[in-house]
Design a protein around this ligand. Sequence first.
Ligand code: HXC
Length: 258
Amino acid sequence: MAYENILVETRGNVGLITLNRPKAMNALCAALIDELSDALDGFEKDAGIRCIVLTGSEKAFAAGADIKEMKSKDFMDVYGEDFITHDWERVTWTRKPVIAAVAGYALGGGCEMAMMCDFIIAAENAKFGQPEITIGTIPGSGGTQRLTRFVGKSKAMEMCLTGRMMDAAEAERSGLVSRVVPVEDLLEDAMKTAEKIAGLSLPSVMMAKEAVNRAYETTLAEGVKFERRLFHSSFATQDQKEGMAAFAEKRPANWKHR
Ligand code: HXC
């Protein structure tokens, strides 16, 4: 597939996807979503890729779904096709880790897309918001649910009811982002973090991701049980033998990713 709205590259064992619709603040039009989905499929199939970074520009990660594209849709258009389509959530079922590197605006569907990633590293100029209420609608891709889980009811409710944006410092304070870095360091920092993950054992990374994500779907007791089973499973991997042997022998591990 030829990409017109994203840039896709491979750097070592890391796949980098850059949202690239500069004239529209990276608004997430249907074509962009198709391309993103295709690129994620490609990285999932590529055994050489062990972590993915999703980023935008210095001005905007993404300013939301494309308002101009959806403004004349009526109820049966959106209900009939179940807009937001399945592909919008493609990033949530990516089994390899996906880091969102966010600079500038992450609004509406852009904020939702960042929250679908495994964690967010933000630049100092990042702004997060769910402004749908100001254009006569509400978040449609998990904003009311994920934001509430990340930052709590009070902030999420205020943001969804008023459209107020959160700056990077508030986002870090509230637990929405893992770290804030200077704008000029964002990509390098995210890539270094991704390389660190890509340099670890792939099965362990995938299991850790699955276990953390389970915390959002189940009770504590069930989640702990799920974690325990994955922990047990890790003892069936070559990498557990190698990792623990390497520790005991005071040498770096030589991962097999098996
Ligand atoms: C389509 C968009 C857009 C969007 C910006 N543009 N956001 N086009 N959809 N979501 C376009 C503008 O129309 C403009 O095009 C160009 O990008 C530059 O934007 P400006 O507004 O001129 O820039 P600025 O004044 O710097 O303001 C930036 C901004 C503002 C604060 C990000 O553009 C803005 O408020 N955008 C909309 C944010 C929003 O409401 N997002 C939620 C969308 S609804 P022209 O052609 O005029 O130069 C949503 C629902 C999700 O996401 C549901 C499920 C996914």
